[in-house]
Each structure stands twice: as structure tokens, then as C-alpha cells.
Design a protein around this ligand. Structure first.
Ligand SMILES: [Zn+2]
Ligand SMILES: [Zn+2]
Length: 206
């Protein structure tokens, strides 16, 4: 597989369009989502039958949304704040699926790249360093795109208990701000129903 071929794929272009830039993260997410989909032979989720669980909210999550069709708005993208490059893709019907985890030895750390990221983020990089950073950043993205799937990820079948499907509850007006709020998300204070924002203000001022 050569990198030009991957870069010219329609599904990868859609990931870049959605995410906004080419980076190692979006490339990893793309590879992970494809590996998971191939394993499940799943097609893009029409509605809620496929559920994706991501364990990082970094760049990779955007590629997962584009490829799997699991999105925040549909309630079939679940975020677990574990800080790990792990994607689990499951069938809503059976709860069975596949877990794709980045291998610890998939990537030799690149101290130069890491040091440059720090400098660029702090706004301390000069023009030459910025150019070098861009070059390393693109190179690592390309490396991810052409690596063997097995070298990049540990892939194994799994099953997890899924949260119930998105609930649609009627809204009521918050007793303080008057904004319509899903009734099941409201707090009751002295018999009055408050939205969480107002609840926090009321309770913190006591
Ligand atoms: Zn990115
Ligand atoms: Zn309120």
C-alpha cells in the first residue's frame, strides 16, 4: 500500500474535510475505524444499530465519526475519558463487537517531534522549527496510513453492556431561568424544578 493511494481515497478525504487537517491522530482514527468495520463487516450506521466507544476525545475521534457514522448527536458515539487510543465498535442488537487498541510498540517515540509540538503550542517556535514540525507531523501521519494493521493495533472480539438508547423526554420550564429543559435532567429544590445551571448557582450561593 502506498501513501498516495490512501490519501486519494474518498473516505479519507471526507475525514480530512471533517477534521480540518492532516495529523497523526486523524490517521490513527481512520485506520482504527476501518479495521473495526472490516472486522464487524459493518456498514456505516444508518441509525443506532452500531455503537462506537472511544476512549480519547483527541483528533482520532473525528475519523471514527465519519467512517462509522456513529455521532454525538445520534447518541451512538460514547466517550469514555480514559486517555487511551482504543476504539470499540459494537452491534446494538447483540452487544458484541470488536476492540481495537493501539499497540504500545506501534510507534517509537519521536523526541524531536514531541519537543517541537511543545514549542509550537507555546508559540515559541521559529520559522525553521515550524517547518520542521510540519514535516515531521506529515511524515508521521503518512507512516500511520501505510503501516500493517496488525503492527498498529491489537484487535480482539469483545462484548459490553450498552447504555439504553437515547431517551426522548418532554421538556419543562426551569423555575429560575424559564428555559425549556429535559425533565429527567432537572433538580428539585424546595418543590421547584431547576435546570442544572440554575441549580448550581442556587446551591453554591448558599
Ligand atoms: Zn488533528
Ligand atoms: Zn435554569
Amino acid at each position: 500500500m502506498n501513501v498516495e493511494e490512501v490519501l486519494s481515497r474518498e473516505d479519507f478525504k471526507r475525514c480530512l474535510e471533517f477534521h480540518g487537517h492532516l495529523c497523526p491522530g486523524v490517521s490513527i482514527g481512520y485506520r482504527a475505524a476501518r479495521a473495526a468495520m472490516e472486522h464487524l463487516a459493518a456498514r456505516r450506521a444508518e441509525d443506532e444499530e452500531v455503537v462506537a466507544v472511544v476512549e480519547t476525545d483527541a483528533c482520532s475521534a473525528d475519523a471514527v465519526q465519519v467512517l462509522t457514522g456513529c455521532t454525538f448527536g445520534k447518541g451512538n458515539l460514547i466517550y469514555r475519558d480514559h486517555g487511551k487510543m482504543v476504539l470499540t465498535l459494537l452491534s446494538r442488537k447483540t452487544g458484541e463487537g470488536v476492540r481495537v487498541a493501539m499497540r504500545p510498540d506501534a510507534f517509537a517515540p519521536d523526541p524531536e517531534h514531541m519537543a517541537l509540538i511543545q514549542k509550537v503550542t507555546r508559540g515559541e517556535a521559529n520559522e525553521a522549527e515550524k517547518a520542521r514540525f510540519d514535516q515531521r507531523h506529515i511524515q508521521r501521519s503518512h507512516d500511520v496510513l501505510v503501516m500493517e494493521t496488525e503492527a498498529l493495533f491489537k484487535i480482539e472480539p469483545t462484548r459490553i453492556d450498552l447504555p439504553p438508547q437515547a431517551q426522548i423526554a418532554p421538556s419543562e420550564l426551569c423555575a429560575v431561568c424559564g428555559e425549556p429543559t429535559m425533565a429527567t435532567k432537572m433538580e428539585v429544590v424546595e418543590g421547584r424544578k431547576l435546570c442544572r445551571d440554575c441549580f448550581q448557582k442556587v446551591t453554591s450561593s448558599k
